[in-house]
Write a protein that binds this ligand. Structure first.
Ligand SMILES: NC(=O)c1ccc[n+]([C@@H]2O[C@H](COP(=O)([O-])OP(=O)(O)OC[C@H]3O[C@@H](n4cnc5c(N)ncnc54)[C@H](OP(=O)(O)O)[C@@H]3O)[C@@H](O)[C@H]2O)c1
Length: 267
């Protein structure tokens, strides 16, 4: 999802972009990564490859570690070799979700899932391998490049006319179109380090579902449930709103603006 929108956002501001999908470059293959980056000698590398199956990761720690942590170091080091900066997108799942005010960059991470642990390890690998790194934590992504919560809701709405959604998890749904533009703007700065970058505002998954049906003009009754009743292999953070301490932070638009942007984009 994010990779496709980063390509679009970078081309939109006239950057020359080489986009490599998994078939073109396996980021866990160190030789191939070094060869590709040495060939292109880019000014910046945005590493959007990741193991993102949060529940499956609980049983696949090695695969998640290889992709989210080790490959993050491989890509960052190869970028450093040609003097290129690197972006490593990370996640709100590095926090345990027990907070009650937006998490900022100096807050201590404490991931409760394998996915969150491997992403936190990836942040460290990336930072250790390339001094010119941007670690960009974001949350609840939706975009036209892949399956996402908005599509799941619209599918269920069309099929069943009613949907059950958790009300006690609160976060920032973020459209990859907005995040990608934010990342591309970040590349024009020398603000290396850790950044929290999510949409403005906050809501529960329940609120998000209601907004999706309203914005899409779809009749669907949204019923609420709790995390305790909706058991999943990987525990979700109850509260994972991200805030930032950067004085000159790049602020993304509100999540509802992102939702409308997404619905226009998919139309
Ligand atoms: N989705 C979210 O809600 C969310 C929230 C916070 C942070 N993030 C972070 O944001 C970033 C982008 O997430 P996303 O949702 O856009 O991810 P995504 O849609 O799952 O995309 C991940 C991509 O990585 C590719 N990939 C897998 N293994 C690879 C390999 N060995 N070499 C090269 N590419 C490989 C996948 O290819 P295939 O499709 O062919 O497997 C896929 O295109 C990730 O770092 C993620 O951790 C995501």
């Amino acid at each position: 999802m994010l990779g496709q929108d980063v390509v679009r956002a970078a081309r939109f501001v006239n950057h020359e972009v080489t986009a490599l999908d998994r078939d073109a470059l396996d980021v866990t293959n160190e030789r191939a990564v070094r060869r590709a980056i040495a060939r292109e000698r880019p000014a910046a590398v945005v590493n959007c490859a990741a193991y993102t199956a949060v529940d499956a990761a609980e049983d696949e720690r090695d695969a998640a570690t290889r992709l989210n942590a080790e490959a993050a170091g491989i890509v960052a080091a190869a970028a450093a070799e040609v003097g290129s900066c690197v972006v490593y997108p990370s996640t709100d799942y590095v926090f345990d979700g027990t907070g009650d005010r937006p998490y900022v960059e100096s807050d201590e991470p404490s991931p409760r899932t394998v996915y969150g642990q491997t992403k936190l390890a990836g942040e460290a690998e990336c930072a250790a391998s390339n001094p010119r790194h941007f670690l960009v934590r974001t949350s609840w992504l939706f975009g036209t490049g892949g399956r996402n919560f908005v599509e799941t809701m619209l599918d269920i709405g069309a099929r069943d006319g009613s949907v059950l959604v958790v009300r006690d998890q609160v976060g920032c749904p973020t459209w990859t179109g907005h995040l990608a533009a934010g990342i591309v703007r970040l590349l024009d700065t020398d603000g290396y380090g850790l950044h929290h970058m999510s949409a403005q505002g906050q809501c529960s998954w329940y609120d998000f579902a209601v907004a999706i049906f309203e914005a899409a003009g779809v009749e669907c009754s949204v019923l609420s449930t709790t995390t305790a009743e909706f058991d999943r292999p990987a525990p979700r953070p109850a509260y994972s709103v991200l805030g930032t301490q950067w004085q000159d932070a790049i602020h993304l638009p509100d999540w509802e603006v992102g939702l409308r942007g997404y619905l226009e984009d998919r139309a």
